[in-house]
Design a protein around this ligand. Structure first.
Ligand SMILES: O=P(O)(O)OC[C@H](O)CO
Ligand SMILES: [Mg+2]
Length: 279
């Protein structure tokens, strides 16, 4: 894990989350259906093409897919979207959270840090992906989707992150005080184009050259240390003592739940896979 840049270190007040591949383990669905479609043309889908597509609005990613894979004479971007739609609609309702997503969202919400989502995905797919996670997503102050009228251009344009910043209470927020979490190269560039701080949680199969732009790289959200970005984000000593008195006095069961708190968490770097970690 690299050290955070100094720009926003210690002064972050607001957080914007990406969704696909960052909070939800949905990038694997896009990969799966694109592999199936390219196999029909005796071609293979690789991670250099994946890197160019991920994070973008659907039609923008579709154009890249048919052009770069050399099938645009046989399949238009629009027809590609139609062909993959039925497969995606079956897969999206099974979407699972990425490791550490639930813990981080709940922690920041409990600390009254304003949090929101800026995703390239449009509303219809958003609803399918999040239907099993409504309670967690309800903790977001607001959600900006790819089909939002204020998002004229998808990532790497800054439109989504700037719209998200404007919709916070008393927004727009000073971009130096905003921390973005992203998994996609286009998303990291979008955050930087919005002059915000960005933590990247890349899929390990992405080429390492995509890690040059972010302020911090992590293998998992489980590795995030809130106190590195804002002094008052970790649970204070006095608060911990107060809680300890409460649980010992009133609720012994609550003591075991304290073990899930950030202050007691274990680093995940010894794991072989980001997908086998507890969330
Ligand atoms: O990564 P997101 O949340 O911006 O979503 C973008 C596309 O839907 C998937 O790459
Ligand atoms: Mg993403």
């Amino acid at each position: 894990m690299s050290t955070p840049a100094t720009a926003g270190r210690g002064s972050i007040t607001h957080v914007i989350f990406d969704m696909d591949g960052l909070l939800l383990d949905t990038e694997k669905f896009y990969t799966e259906v694109q592999e199936i479609i390219l196999a029909r043309f005796n071609k293979t889908f690789d991670w250099s093409l994946k890197a160019k597509m991920m994070g973008r609005k659907a039609i923008e990613a579709a154009r890249i897919f048919v052009d770069e894979s050399g099938i645009s004479d046989s399949l238009s971007a629009e027809d590609f979207l139609v062909e993959r739609e039925a497969m995606l609609q079956e897969l999206f309702p099974t979407s699972e959270l990425m490791p550490g997503a639930s813990r981080l969202i709940k922690h920041l919400h409990a600390k009254n840090i304003p949090i929101c989502i800026a995703t390239g995905t449009h509303t219809r797919h958003f609803d399918l992906k999040t239907q099993r996670h409504k309670e967690l997503f309800s903790l977001m102050h607001h959600i900006v989707r790819g089909d939002d009228p204020e998002v004229k251009q998808g990532k790497p344009a800054p439109d989504g992150f700037l719209a998200a910043s404007r919709r916070f209470k008393d927004g727009p927020v000073d971009p130096q005080k905003v921390l973005v979490f992203e998994d996609a190269p286009s998303g990291v560039l979008a955050a930087k184009n919005a002059r915000m701080n960005v933590v990247m949680v890349p899929d390990p199969r992405l080429d390492i050259s995509h890690q040059d732009v972010a302020d911090q790289i992590m293998t998992s959200l489980l590795d995030f240390k809130p106190e590195e970005w804002a002094k008052d984000w970790s649970v204070g000593k006095e608060f911990k003592e107060l809680i300890l008195v409460y649980v010992v006095t009133f609720e012994w069961d609550g003591l075991t739940k304290m073990g899930q708190d950030y202050s007691y968490s274990q680093p995940s770097s010894s794991s072989n896979s980001r997908h086998d970690l507890p969330s």
